[in-house]
Design a protein around this ligand. Structure first.
Ligand SMILES: *Cc1c(COP(=O)(O)O)cnc(C)c1O
Length: 389
């Protein structure tokens, strides 16, 4: 079967919620993927910031194969060593021994869990950022600050206020003793890789302390070393009350987590929440393998070095207005609002990226990207922009 056959099959079998894709991918190795017509691509989107070690990484393949052959699923009626080991690893990454982990499968579920946890504070109001993305289920969508995604599904959960991202005065006006939680991405990913002022998170932390509100950091996209540290907020020096993770956490397998720190770790009582697959032995084996490879190969330090290289080189290309981001989460702001067209031209030239908005190309390659692959990306990007003139 060719790309065109798969696309036809998609329209005949799949609901139209995503629109129709342009390619069918059938195999991958590292940062290279192959479509159904046999064409190869350099994957600089990484399954949307998810394939943190690229495709078919030997450590993930080995861990998953071993675990599925031994015991694939147990449910949460029983403990399993992998989930416990991964939870204790995540706790040590937060630097707070009293932190406790809840596992799920996706970013939306992790944020749903955070929302329910915050209700256990006895309050129900929430503050989130305009433009933020926190997922598509009804609770997570209530947090998401993008009108086009929300409006067809109103009414959503009551009591959620969206304030401009990075604007501490708006946050100060919105927060009160009724606020259960404030949820923020350290860098807004889907919105186009938007970075807040350097002291924003620290100032929000102070406000949350003053009013007794939980500060939830949605690290679904920034987490797992992508931005050069484990969760993407460490530069700010704050300690959040809750961290949500998914995307890179499972090394390409569906795994999410809601980590509660300090007093927030005791808010859920037995029976309050659950997920049948949560902490599944296979997905957590992949998560453990991914963390181990990131640590052993200093991939976070490398992500920071790659960022310097990529951002300096790309910023010099005519047609590029600005390069934003941290580590290997990068937004390339173009001078013209033609990001979708540029993304398509890049695909034709053999590079996968995505247009986060009309003028921003987002790249989120695997942390295992090589310098040669980065050079190749830069040269194709330069050529595509100059051909576009
Ligand atoms: C992708 C994303 C989500 C939603 O994750 P899903 O796994 O698609 O539910 C939530 N928050 C952020 C910051 C994301 O980037």
């Amino acid at each position: 079967m060719k790309n065109s056959d798969y696309i036809k099959s998609w329209t005949q079998t799949t609901q139209n919620n995503y629109g129709t894709p342009t390619l069918a991918l059938v195999s991958g190795k590292g940062l290279e993927v192959t479509d159904a017509d046999g064409k190869k691509y350099l994957d600089f989107l990484g399954g949307i910031a998810t394939n943190i070690l690229g495709h078919a990484h030997p450590a993930i393949v080995k861990a998953v194969n071993k675990q599925i052959a031994q015991l694939g699923h147990v449910s949460n009626f029983y403990a399993h060593p992998n989930a416990l080991e991964l939870a204790s690893k995540l706790i040590s990454m937060t630097g707070d021994k009293t932190a406790r982990v809840f596992f799920c499968q996706s970013g939306a579920e992790a944020n749903e869990a955070a929302l329910k946890l915050s209700r256990r504070s006895g309050r129900s109001r929430v503050i989130a950022a305009q433009g933020a993305f926190h997922g598509r289920t009804m609770g997570a969508l209530s947090l998401t600050g993008q009108p086009a995604k929300r409006e067809p599904f109103l009414p959503l959960i009551k009591g959620v206020k969206h304030v401009p991202f990075g604007d501490i005065d708006s946050m100060r006006r919105a927060i009160s003793k009724q606020t259960a939680m404030v949820i923020l991405e350290p860098i807004m990913g889907e919105a186009g890789v938007i970075i807040p002022p350097i002291d924003y998170l620290a100032n929000v932390r102070q406000l949350c302390d003053k009013y007794g509100a939980l500060l939830v950091i949605d690290a679904v996209q920034t987490g797992m070393g992508r931005t050069g540290d484990w969760f993407g907020y460490e530069y700010s020096g704050i300690k959040p009350d809750v961290i949500t993770l998914a995307k890179g956490l499972g090394g390409g397998l569906p795994l999410g987590a809601m980590i509660a720190l300090g007093k927030a770790a005791n808010l859920f009582q037995a029976g309050d929440h659950g997920s049948t697959f949560g902490g599944n032995p296979v997905t957590t084996s992949a998560g453990l393998a991914a963390i181990s490879v990131i640590e052993k190969n200093n991939l976070m330090e490398k992500a920071i070095a790659h960022h310097e290289n990529l951002s300096t080189e790309i910023a010099m290309i005519p047609g590029v207005k600005e390069v934003r981001g941290a580590g290997l989460l990068i937004g390339i702001e173009l001078e013209a609002a033609h990001a979708a067209k540029v993304a398509k031209a890049l695909m034709e030239a053999g590079v996968l990226v995505n247009a986060a908005n009309a003028s921003t190309i987002r790249i989120a390659p695997a942390l295992t990207v090589t310098e040669a692959q980065i050079r190749k990306f830069i040269s194709i990007f330069r050529k595509v922009l100059s051909d576009d003139k």
